[in-house]
Ligand binder design. Structure first.
Ligand SMILES: [Zn+2]
Length: 225
């Protein structure tokens, strides 16, 4: 009896040691939930009727084949949410404006050359509420601007999937979501960045909206609670 018990304990120990050896000294936190910039900051009119305008004169129409499915992905993530998006031909009263820019433009606002895109938030009187042009707004907003860096998007090493993922990521910022750099399985992971939970540099491994991102939208806009 005692021998049988010892044998069982040994087997448990071996399994535990194998599991430990496969994940040594690592507290893996890959499934942190996506969070808003601030639970009080969001689109003042909600996300049930988001109007998207493309600044064709900037050249951003070139990316419409990626922007259009990105909008569809946010509406139909696979989980319910209150987002509804339509494209409009005028920026008068639009909620989400897309612009194409280049490295020089990004540099002029203090961003590095590798910057893929940036999202800004505005009051109805056109005040930019992102201090120092960073991505955390200081109050709720009426509309957002998404600026795409054409010099990065057109790099041969930057795939359409990654570009589409970047557009979805920026739209997440427009809706009010912050970075989730502890979770490479969130669209709000910063593409290639330092993961402070794993102490490593890593790529985002998804390019579409994930359940944690969808849940963050519902928490922010009060849908399904
Ligand atoms: Zn971002």
């Amino acid at each position: 009896m005692l021998i049988r018990k010892l044998a069982k304990i040994t087997i448990v120990c071996i399994m535990a040691c194998v599991l430990f050896a496969s994940n040594p000294f690592r507290v893996h936190a890959a499934n942190t939930p996506t969070q808003p910039f601030d639970s009080d900051y969001k689109y003042v009119n909600g996300v049930g009727n988001i109007t998207v305008w493309l600044n064709y004169s900037s050249g951003v129409g070139y990316w419409e084949y990626l922007i259009s499915p990105s909008a569809n992905n946010w509406m139909y993530t696979g989980w319910a949410n209150p987002i509804y998006i339509t494209f409009v031909s005028s920026n008068y009263g639009s909620n989400m404006d897309f612009h194409s820019n280049n490295n020089a433009w990004f540099s002029s606002y203090g961003f590095g050359n590798g910057t893929l895109a940036v999202t800004w938030h505005f009051l109805i009187d056109d005040t930019n509420i992102n201090p120092n042009y960073s991505q955390a707004p200081t109050s709720s907003w009426y509309y957002a601007e998404i600026h795409i860096n054409d010099d990065q998007f057109t790099q041969s090493t930057f795939s359409d999937a990654a570009a589409g993922g970047t557009i979805r990521h920026e739209m997440g910022h427009a809706f009010g979501l912050a970075h989730n750099n502890c979770n490479p399985n969130s669209i709000m992971h910063q593409y290639y960045t330092y993961n402070p939970c794993d102490n490593t540099y890593e790529y985002r491994v998804v390019q579409t909206i994930q359940q944690t991102d969808n849940t963050a939208i519902n928490n922010l806009y009060g849908y399904g609670n």
